[in-house]
Design a binder for this molecule. Structure first.
Ligand SMILES: NC(=O)C1=CN([C@@H]2O[C@H](COP(=O)(O)OP(=O)(O)OC[C@H]3O[C@@H](n4cnc5c(N)ncnc54)[C@H](O)[C@@H]3O)[C@@H](O)[C@H]2O)C=CC1
Ligand SMILES: O=C(O)[C@H]1O[C@H](OP(=O)(O)OP(=O)(O)OC[C@H]2O[C@@H](n3ccc(=O)[nH]c3=O)[C@H](O)[C@@H]2O)[C@H](O)[C@@H](O)[C@@H]1O
Length: 435
């Protein structure tokens, strides 16, 4: 079995490394030549801990190779994973043009049996659509349809990609052919987890349903946090108490400034768009989206209430990425916050261990500092927006002496309110603020 992976992003690169770890021969393909060159130099085209070392080892051991040629990967590999992006279109639907382009190209070089595995997140019914495209393209070329299509959605989280891919809670395989099912079983034989075999459409829906449910937990706790704020109820304690009930579980109940990233916002929009097309409203999911979209406004209202006019105020932002341990800034709440501050003519200084270079391209007038303490100099308020360890580890006592006004807005409830208040900060969190 030789594995081909098409799309060298977060998912494709992690998938390739993990299958190489299981001893398979893997070729990773991308049309972006810069990415392929970077990978050839044993470098990652993004930041993710734990992958670089394995990447280097597997290149040296010749288990992992790279190409920008569809012809080459189709000649060499019999199982092909599609891991290209499915970003949002203007109307919220998933843009399937990259996935469609891949299968169209595949048909040109399909001369023997292939298992085509869709790992990209795609709406229900996409498998059927891709099947039709492939069959049509093969027919045009007078070739027999010698392939099986499989849906094998990915559940890894950025920042924990390697761990999640090595130790998944489950593997979902949507598959309607016995031959492909046996191949997929063999492929995952060393992964110590349950495999659930479903239809292709069910697998597609499981992916969206899982992300939508996790986002629902976050918006639920954020809605509750708004109710707790200023009422002497700490939302962290509420989440702790709720989470002790095994039926609820403790995960994804961390109140904050809202979820971001390349997936929750886009996947929720895509599911709502599907519901709209099917004339089946999803009011819960709509509320999840609305709460998330207004969470940063709710947070900034508190900042404005405390600071009054923001013009010329020096605001220090700690954390820019949508979560720690990634350089990904897609849909990061920090972007909305910066936008609001700049529109209100505040002067913004920001620190992030990995995200600054990306944000600089969007907001060049912000001052980016190489250390967290430098960002805090003469600040009128500090906004903690991503809970990076190096931000939590700040010597807050020492920091107080360089901040102009010890006013701290903790958008991730990542610091202890009582400790910060003992140090002399006015502390505002999300659902844990007592005044
Ligand atoms: N990022 C994440 O944590 C997760 C993402 N997903 C899903 O996986 C899919 C990929 O996501 P990411 O890895 O974040 O995307 P990404 O944007 O990081 O990478 C996609 C890659 O596909 C390449 N590409 C585009 N068209 C191509 C073509 N025709 N041929 C070859 N390569 C092509 C791009 O150059 C890019 O390198 C999406 O559907 C996403 O929703 C699923 C689970 C986790
Ligand atoms: O489909 C995807 O791409 C992936 O989306 C999420 O993974 P990811 O977006 O990488 O990161 P999460 O850890 O889920 O965090 C998403 C956002 O929610 C926020 N969050 C998370 C948990 C929580 O309790 N509260 C909260 O505000 C995070 O700060 C972050 O902004 C899912 O967790 C993965 O299972 C899925 O594969």
């Amino acid at each position: 079995m030789k594995i081909g992976v098409i799309g060298a992003g977060y998912v494709g690169t992690t998938t390739s490394i993990v299958f190489a770890k299981y001893g398979y021969q893997v070729t990773l393909m991308d049309t972006n030549l810069e990415k392929i060159k970077t990978l050839y130099q044993s470098k990652l085209p993004f930041y993710e801990e734990g992958l670089k070392e394995l990447l280097h080892d597997y290149i040296v051991e010749q288990r992992l190779s790279f190409t920008n040629s569809m012809e080459e990967i189709m000649k060499e590999c019999n199982i092909l994973f599609i891991t290209v992006g499915t970003p949002s279109l203007e109307n919220g639907k998933a843009d399937l043009s990259f996935v469609e382009e891949v299968v169209t190209q595949m048909a040109k070089y399909m001369d023997d049996y292939k298992v085509i595995v869709i790992k990209s997140t795609v709406p229900v019914g996409t498998g059927d659509k891709l099947n039709d495209i492939l069959k049509n393209e093969l027919k045009i070329r007078n070739k027999a349809p010698t392939f099986d299509l499989v849906s094998n959605p990915e559940f890894l989280r950025e920042g924990k990609a390697l761990f999640d891919a090595l130790y998944p809670d489950r593997v979902i395989v949507g598959c309607e052919s016995t031959k492909a099912r046996e191949i997929m079983k063999e492929l995952y034989k060393d992964v110590d987890t349950s495999i659930l075999f479903t239809t292709i459409k069910e697998a597609e829906m499981i992916k969206y349903a899982s992300n939508a449910f996790l986002a629902t937990k976050i918006s639920f706790i954020n809605e509750l946090a708004r109710l707790c704020d200023g009422k002497g109820v700490n939302i962290n304690q509420v989440a702790l108490g709720m989470g002790m009930d095994k039926r609820i579980g403790p995960d994804f109940l961390q109140a904050g400034i809202g979820y971001g990233g390349s997936c929750f916002p886009k996947d929720i929009k895509a599911l709502l768009a599907l519901a709209f097309d099917m004339d089946t409203p999803m009011p819960i999911l709509q509320a999840v989206k609305d709460i998330n979209e207004t969470q940063s406004q709710w947070f900034m209202k508190k900042v404005k209430q405390e600071l009054g006019n923001l013009e010329e105020k020096r605001i220090a932002i700690l954390g820019l990425t949508f979560k720690p341990k990634t350089d990904d800034i897609r849909e990061a709440p920090a972007l909305k916050v910066i936008d609001y501050l700049l529109k209100n003519k505040a002067s913004v200084t920001a620190y992030d261990p990995q995200g600054s270079e990306h944000v600089k391209k969007i907001y060049p007038t912000v001052t980016y500092t190489p250390t967290p303490l430098q960002a805090l100099e003469d600040a009128d308020a500090v906004l903690l927006l991503t809970e990076w360890q190096e931000i939590l580890d700040i010597d807050w006592e020492c920091a107080k002496s360089i901040i102009s006004n010890p006013l701290l807005f903790d958008g991730r409830n990542a610091l202890s309110p009582s400790n910060m208040m003992k140090l002399g900060y006015r502390y505002f969190g999300v659902g844990n603020t007592n005044f």
